[in-house]
Ligand binder design. Structure first.
Ligand code: DX5
Ligand code: ZN
Length: 219
């Protein structure tokens, strides 16, 4: 059983004290810090950019897990690499308007782990050509754009397919879930094969970050 990793999404953090929140989740036992980048085009919301990732980089040694919900991710990859990203995840949908294989190679050539993700409405089949080019698959369990939405259990089919794919490979990819993850939906996700849990609301709205992180892992 792979180690279960917890990646708090700072989209749900108290931005008036972002540095403190990052330090707080690190001392609470988080494994990664998930940075949700939104451009207002690919998703109907605007969040933050490389400058904020740079601020987070200075506060923690944890790996920064950057999720690009933007168009033309290839154009911005260098800036997130320079800002201190450790992994960069891009969307597979045509609406993301980039050459997926090229962008994944660009991310790896820059020394970052390459992630690929898909929206709930997007078929797993779209991922097939790229699975051997990535280090992590992010299965969106909500439609991207906002925190605090409800988990879509139907997305577990994709988690299962990724876990099946892993069984046929020596080099396993991380399987990450993102959206509506709380201790209950984390358990379902782990049961289906996920090993990385993104959680925003369930951690940052809780009174005890360390307990929530332990509960998410099922410790
Ligand atoms: C949504 C983001 C998610 C979101 C998770 O577009 O990709 O990472 O912040 O938030 P919660 O855990 O609140 O559903
Ligand atoms: Zn995300």
């Amino acid at each position: 059983m792979p180690k279960i990793l917890v990646a708090p999404s700072i989209l749900a953090a108290d931005f008036s004290n972002l540095a403190g929140e990052v330090r707080k989740v690190e001392s609470a036992g988080a494994d990664w810090v998930h940075c949700d980048i939104m451009d207002g085009h690919f998703v109907d919301n605007i969040s933050f950019g490389p400058m904020v990732v740079e601020v987070v980089r200075k506060q923690t040694k944890l790996p920064l897990d950057v999720h690009l919900m933007i168009e033309h991710a290839d154009h911005y990859v260098p800036r997130f690499v320079d800002a201190g990203a450790n992994s960069i995840t891009v969307h597979v949908e045509p609406e993301a308007r980039h050459d997926v294989a090229k962008t994944l190679q660009q991310i790896r050539d820059a020394g970052c782990r390459a992630g690929l993700t898909l929206n709930p409405a997007t078929s797993f089949d779209l991922l097939e050509p790229f699975l051997d080019k990535i280090d992590m698959l992010l299965v969106m369990t909500v439609h991207p754009g906002f925190g605090g939405q409800s988990f879509r259990a139907g997305q577990m089919e994709k988690v299962k397919r990724a876990a099946e794919w892993n069984k046929t490979r020596d080099r396993k990819i991380d399987i990450e879930v993102d959206g509506g993850i709380n201790p209950e939906t984390a358990r379902v996700s782990i049961q289906n094969g996920a090993n990385v849990l993104v959680a925003g609301t369930s951690i940052f709205r809780s009174r005890d970050y360390a307990k929530t992180i332990r509960d998410l892992r099922g410790d």
